[in-house]
Design a protein around this ligand. Structure first.
Ligand code: SF4
Length: 152
């Protein structure tokens, strides 16, 4: 083999030897290991998401003993000018009863002696079955007056 052939052979071989040596000396690159993600925290609850404002709290019901001892609601008085009162001739004072229009009136008849009166004896006013949800004056009167069994 001549010198020229030897050089050519060297030139042909060197690149491949260099590549091989580079490959052998290079650090091995391993594929990245699969990453294990940290467990995700649960989604925040509504309490966390709410702004720091005053909570809306429904009022607590009163204790049972308070409800039992509560005073009864005071009913409104019947208005003499209300349609039903006018139709029945109701007056808060039986002395003002229209004796011409309502011939059933008689002196001494008043709500406290009426069978439909629901007030207690001695009280100034009380409920009446004719005027639901209202109170009448004990000394009042209307044309629907029926005698209370134990009065008059
Ligand atoms: Fe009074 Fe009897 Fe007439 Fe009622 S029904 S307003 S208690 S008189």
């Amino acid at each position: 083999m001549s010198n020229i052939q030897t050089r050519r052979r060297f030139i042909e071989v060197v690149p491949f030897v260099g590549i091989g040596m580079l490959a052998a000396c290079s650090p091995k690159v391993e594929p990245p290991a699969p990453t294990v993600s940290a467990p995700q925290s649960p989604p925040p609850t509504a309490a966390v998401l709410e702004p720091a404002s005053a909570p809306v709290v429904a009022p607590a019901p009163p204790p049972a003993e308070v409800v039992q001892n509560a005073a009864p609601a005071v009913l409104p008085m019947v208005d003499e000018k209300a349609i039903q009162a006018v139709a029945l001739g109701y007056v808060a004072d039986s002395a003002r009863a229209d004796k011409v229009k309502f011939s059933t009136y008689a002196p001494g008849r008043q709500c406290s002696g009426c069978a439909l009166y629901q007030g207690k004896a001695g009280e100034a006013s009380g409920p009446c079955l004719i005027f639901a949800g209202k109170q009448v004056v004990a000394k009042g009167w209307c044309s629907s007056w029926p005698k209370k069994p134990d009065s008059d």
